[in-house]
Ligand binder design. Structure first.
Ligand SMILES: [Zn+2]
Length: 125
């Protein structure tokens, strides 16, 4: 999916002043949450603006799209929240399974091989 922003300007992340002076532009590829089991990649044309505030240390900055992009991120905010929810659910299952069986066994063993010290920290083992 190819798209671009339509706002006339963007706010500088350092000083907050709004700028409409475009310095340059480039395309970003952002992976979004899957739709109907298909991977979604957004090709977003973003602009780099000049900050004209005399006291600002930032000379240029790239516009961000709320809810879609973050600086240097390659995943959309939506995909990030989906992955976080999945990770928390999986971590909860391992923790509950370990407590129910009096110690992490089959599923825990797989996680232990992969996560090592972090697994022990989560499960308290
Ligand atoms: Zn600024």
């Amino acid at each position: 999916m190819a798209t671009r922003t339509s706002a006339a300007g963007a706010a500088c992340p350092a000083c907050g002043s709004c700028s409409g002076r475009v310095h340059s532009g480039h395309e970003r590829r952002i992976t979004d949450a899957a739709v109907g089991g298909r991977r979604v990649v957004v090709r977003l044309r973003v602009r780099r603006f000049r900050c004209d505030a005399p006291t600002c240390s930032r000379t240029t900055f790239v516009e961000q799209v709320a809810g879609l992009t973050c600086p240097y991120g390659r995943r959309s905010a939506r995909l990030h929240s989906v992955l976080t929810a999945v990770a928390l659910t999986l971590a909860g299952r391992v923790g509950r399974g370990g407590a129910r069986r009096g110690g992490c066994q089959r599923c825990g063993a797989r996680w232990r091989a992969r996560w090592g010290a972090r697994w022990r920290e989560w499960c308290g083992a």
